[in-house]
Design a protein around this ligand. Structure first.
Ligand code: ADP
Ligand code: MG
Length: 156
């Protein structure tokens, strides 16, 4: 687990970019946090690092977006789901096929989604500050991420 703070949207994007460069197709990243916490900002930073040049915006009218970069990046938002049924999983599954997948509001999909390699939780910490907690299935994935600009609060 790694917990740190960023002081601007671009710092959050830079952190996401560093993480993204460690990911490979098949990886799933859950991105949690209330409205405006910076979930889409985080995904945008990751997409840029992965070579996506298309605009990265919340998938509001669709379940998700697929972006072509150096790899295919999936960006899903499960905000409108209360629970992902088997039938709905059929719609979601292609987004996880050989992509690096970022899932905003993943709570409803927990039972159906593939296991996450990383879970990111963002929280407001006053003005443009955000507290960001990262949990990885293998702790080594997060090693060294705190070496950039970000203020580390805690690591274990
Ligand atoms: P969400 O997807 O969680 O609803 P967004 O990423 O769409 O959130 O919006 C976050 C907003 O907060 C953006 O307007 C962004 O510029 C702003 N912001 C300010 N400070 C930060 C920060 N440290 N990290 C991320 N976003 C920030
Ligand atoms: Mg969003």
């Amino acid at each position: 687990m790694l917990e740190l703070e960023t002081g601007s949207a671009s710092e959050t994007e830079a952190l996401a970019a560093q993480l993204a460069l460690r990911l490979v197709p098949g990886d799933v990243v859950l991105v949690q946090g209330e409205l405006g916490a910076g979930k889409t900002t985080f995904v945008r930073g990751a997409c840029r690092a992965l070579g996506v040049s298309a605009p990265v915006t919340s998938p509001t009218f669709t379940i998700g977006h697929l972006y072509e970069g150096r790899v295919t990046v999936a960006h899903l938002d499960l905000y409108r789901f209360t629970e992902v049924s088997a039938a709905e999983w059929g719609d979601l599954e292609p987004y996880f096929d050989r992509t690096i997948a970022f899932v905003e509001w993943p709570e409803a999909g927990m039972a159906a989604l593939p296991p996450a390699r990383v879970t990111v939780a963002l929280a407001h910490a006053g003005a443009d500050r955000r507290r960001i907690r990262l949990d990885a299935s293998e702790p080594a994935l997060l090693e060294g991420l705190e070496r950039a600009d970000h203020r580390v609060r805690h690591r274990d």
